[in-house]
Design a protein around this ligand. Structure first.
Ligand code: PEP
Ligand code: MG
Length: 582
């Protein structure tokens, strides 16, 4: 039995069989590339190889410390494959001669090498095929940022083990056979983790070397709330976790009575409790949980995992479905936010060195105006089916809002000329998720109807911590005084200008922060459905007055540690039953 600890990505306990993703399951499609892209493709390949090498060296060091030299040497074989000049040469040559995409060139070369080895009359060499597949899988996953596996083909319930999963990989797990997953890389607010929470799939990410430790069909326990994975558990451990699972499930059921009650403090102050969704199908659960609206619909999942842009009618259909099912509650639909950990390969956007600081979200949309207008047209057309709000991601200055509004006017004019109906009073809001937007919230508030604070990115950009990097999770701290000041300033500025302000980052769904946020005056909290009852339980047990007092005290503190100590003391005294149940 081996117990591993990683990053807690999605709460819940599952016990089941492992399904290790292997390269033979990767869907690699052949694409012709223009001649001017050849060098770029070769560079991408070299970068992916060097990233893979670094990862394997780290794993080797870790295994050396924990298990000794003999085991660590196993990774020498992997490093040898990586350093084989033939690999780099063959792949580069194929990209040049055949003008094909790097993923396909690598796939072909790996196939060729493994076929040659499999034909050899040598048991040892034949076993090396496994190493080559392993390495190939890692390089490919580093190239495409995920697996691209079709999970629908699975016949029985499994726990997926992968080096990395993309947010769209996770989206495909919807109602599938995947009961849990664990990955080598990833942080708590990566979109893969957020998606797992939305679909209530227990998950642990950032385990670094789990793909090297697990084989398909191994029995595993995933305790997603505590970031624990147990490989080949003994009978006693299985029983212990079955009991924990029962308690966890009972706890969830025990909070169900809160569904019919509003998010209201015991002195009558209302906070709108809304849900975050990524897929239209999630509305079913949102309605079950009786959320008072959708505070964030991440539309990018309509655009991912396909070969061309969704057209206006297809988008209209998705938005219409969500808006009409939620009517009369509001639905805040966020315009496309790709870039960062979400790729759109068909737009031909070059792979960036710093994708999180790159052509992401609104920046991409302003550059691809026709694509943006299509989405806006679909949104305006869907506005007649219920209460729709539009929200723009990653705004960093006023000028972007001015540009967006100009485009909105164009869209409205076009629709009017075409005699297409839309709601002329749609509320237009922006996400406050860059430090520059938060600091100029007083300026931005004059130009929009609402703000929604995106703490996932606000923390990433303010503390300069890559949100998907598992090495930095200890520094990713919502209680950093800079974050709290920015949140407070954003709320104050919004209220001064008479607009409301919500929060849709993961911080909104963590009951540890609820009292503090209420005390700072937040108007709406939007979260994954699994958090709604816990947050409501806190809101309904406190008064606005005491929440304000707590916020004032906390805002005077100077360090994250002091803040954490005070908040933990106050919250665990009263809400340990909620905070401990992960
Ligand atoms: C955020 O950044 O907090 C947010 C809600 O947006 P996303 O997680 O999709 O980047
Ligand atoms: Mg964001």
């Amino acid at each position: 039995m081996i117990k591993l600890t990683g990053v807690a990505a999605s709460a819940g306990i599952v016990i089941g069989k492992a399904y290790l993703l292997d390269i033979t399951k990767l869907k690699v499609t052949k694409e012709k590339i223009p001649a001017e892209d050849i060098d770029k493709q070769i560079n991408n390949f070299r970068e992916a190889v060097s990233r893979t090498e670094k990862e394997i060296r780290k794993v080797k060091e870790k295994v050396h410390t924990e298990m000794g030299e003999e085991y660590a040497n196993i990774f020498e074989a992997h490093l040898l494959v990586l350093k084989d000049p033939l690999l780099i040469f063959e792949v580069s040559e194929r990209i040049k001669k055949e003008q094909i995409n790097v993923e396909y060139a690598l796939w072909e070369v790996l196939e060729m090498i493994t076929e040659n080895i499999a034909d050899l009359d040598n048991e040892y060499m034949r076993e090396r095929v496994v190493d080559i597949y392993d390495i190939g899988r890692r390089i490919l996953e580093n190239l495409v940022g995920g697996t691209g596996v079709d999970f629908q083909e699975l016949k029985e319930d499994v726990i997926v083990i992968a080096h990395n999963l993309t947010p769209s990989d996770t989206a495909h797990m919807y109602k599938g056979k995947i009961i849990g997953f664990a990955t080598d890389i990833g942080g708590q607010t990566s979109h893969t983790a957020i998606m797992a929470r939305a679909l209530e799939i227990p998950a642990v990410v950032g385990l670094r070397d789990i793909t090297f430790r697990v084989k398909s069909d191994d029995t595993l326990i995933i305790d997603g709330g505590h970031g624990i994975v147990i490989i080949a558990p003994d009978e006693q451990t299985i029983q212990e976790y079955e009991h924990k699972k029962k308690l966890f499930d009972e706890f969830k059921v025990g909070l169900a009575w809160l569904r019919d009650l509003p998010g209201q403090t015991n002195d009558g102050y209302r906070i709108e409790i809304a849900a975050n969704i990524e897929l239209p199908q999630e509305v079913e659960v949102v309605k079950q949980e009786k959320a008072e609206g959708i505070g964030l619909y991440r539309t990018e999942f309509l655009y991912l995992e396909r070969t061309e842009l969704p057209d206006e009618d297809e988008q209209l259909e998705a938005y219409r479905q969500v808006v009409s099912q939620m009517n009369p509650y509001p639905v805040t639909i966020r315009t496309l936010d790709v870039g960062g950990d979400k790729f759109l390969s068909y737009l031909g956007i070059p792979i960036e060195v710093n994708p999180s600081l790159g052509l992401r979200a609104i920046r991409l949309c302003l550059k691809h105006k026709e694509m943006f207008k299509n989405q806006l047209r679909a949104l305006f057309r869907a506005s007649t089916f219920g209460k729709l709000r539009i929200m723009f991601p990653m705004i960093s200055e006023l000028d972007e809002i001015i540009q967006v509004k100009k485009i909105i006017e164009e869209v409205k004019q076009e629709l009017k000329i075409e005699k297409v109906c839309f709601d002329p009073n749609i509320e237009i809001g922006v996400m406050i998720e860059t430090p520059s937007a938060a600091m100029t919230a007083d300026v931005l508030a004059g130009s929009v109807d609402f703000f929604s604070i995106g703490t996932n990115d606000l923390i990433q950009y303010t503390i300069a911590i890559d949100r998907v990097n598992e090495q930095l999770t200890h520094l990713y701290n919502p209680l950093h005084p800079a974050i709290l000041r920015l949140i407070n300033w954003t709320i104050e500025s919004a209220h001064k200008q008479g607009i409301w302000v919500g929060m849709c980052g993961e911080m909104a769904g963590d009951p540890l922060f609820t009292m503090l946020l209420v005390g700072m005056g937040i108007d709406e909290l939007s979260m994954s459905c699994g958090s709604i009852s816990k947050v409501k339980e806190v809101i309904r047990s406190i008064s606005l007055h005491e929440a304000k007092e707590l916020a004032q005290k906390i805002l005077k503190l100077q360090s994250a540690l002091e803040i954490e100590t005070m908040l933990n003391e106050v919250m665990y005294k009263r809400f340990a039953h909620i905070l401990n149940r992960k």
